[in-house]
Design a protein around this ligand. Structure first.
Ligand code: SAM
Length: 253
């Protein structure tokens, strides 16, 4: 799907209860150019910064006044990359091995009646350059080009509930995998260091999450995988409890 669709395309008119139009206030620019290998929740990967560009109509710098007081922000967004695929009443979360089913409303799946997502991310900075307002955030789980519907401060006393129970997703996932780089891959990282100083850390953190589909997760996996971060094609394979990164090359345009 073309992620550069017009703003009007992503507008939603809620007619059932009121004649209220909802439209994106901005767009996410992130290192994650394809769905595969994006962390499955925010803050699992801290390396790699994303920029939220506010559209002109919502880019008045006053809209961001005092936002720096908050360490974290809620990003409310559209799952634009999968919205056209619709939804079903049950989903198979990766946390349950991709086999057991739970109800869509007992999941954080992108495939929902209204394809709206929420992510609490770390605020880094904001700026206004050439009459554009942008926010830098860390710890995102969002595809490049994600339309942003709203931004709100994360308020610990209300949003962090000490007694909360996390059901089948009680603790952060732990693949137990280590990540190593072949000499050739390390040379490529060194060459890219001035453009992407956090690249090694980003690749390591992303792969530690084991992005393989749940049904493929096993120790010895013959497959050679590829993922795209920024404009880089990264090849890797799993063997004996570790992931070896074998090559990192700019994608051919
Ligand atoms: N934190 C959000 C939530 O709970 O609503 C998203 C959780 S969802 C399980 C995270 C996954 O959504 C990512 O791993 C990625 O595969 C997918 N994703 C992220 N941005 C997307 C987008 N704009 N369109 C479609 N899928 C997206």
């Amino acid at each position: 799907m073309n992620i550069k669709k017009s703003l009007a395309y992503y507008s939603i008119t809620i007619v059932k209860t009121m004649n209220q139009k909802i439209e994106p206030i901005g767009i996410v620019h992130s290192p994650y150019k394809q769905k595969f290998a994006i962390p499955r929740q925010p803050n699992l990967v801290s390396a790699g910064t994303a920029t939220i560009e506010l559209y002109t109509e919502f880019g008045d710098i006053n809209c961001l006044r005092e936002i720096e007081q908050f360490s974290h922000l809620w990003i409310i967004f559209l799952f634009h990359g999968t919205a056209e695929q619709g939804w079903s009443p049950t989903v198979q979360p990766p946390r349950l091995g991709g086999q057991d089913k739970v109800g869509v409303f007992a999941s954080r799946s992108p495939f929902r009646p209204n394809p709206i997502g929420i992510s609490a991310v770390e605020y880094s900075s904001h700026q206004r350059v050439n009459s554009k307002s942008t926010l830098e955030v860390k710890g995102i789980d969002l595809l490049d080009g994600t339309p942003v519907l709203d931004i709100k401060p994360y308020i610990p006393y209300a949003d962090s509930i000490e007694s909360a129970v996390g059901g089948y997703a009680e603790a952060a996932p732990n693949s137990g995998l280590s990540v190593i780089f072949t000499d050739a891959a390390q040379v490529q990282i060194d060459e890219l260091n001035s453009i992407y100083p956090e690249l090694r850390e980003l690749i390591t953190q992303v792969l530690t999450q084991d992005p393989r589909p749940a049904w493929r997760v096993k120790d010895n996996d013959e497959k050679q995988y590829g993922m795209t971060l920024y404009n880089l094609n990264i090849k890797w394979a799993v063997n004996n409890g570790s992931i070896a990164v074998t090559s990192i090359l700019p994608e051919e345009s």
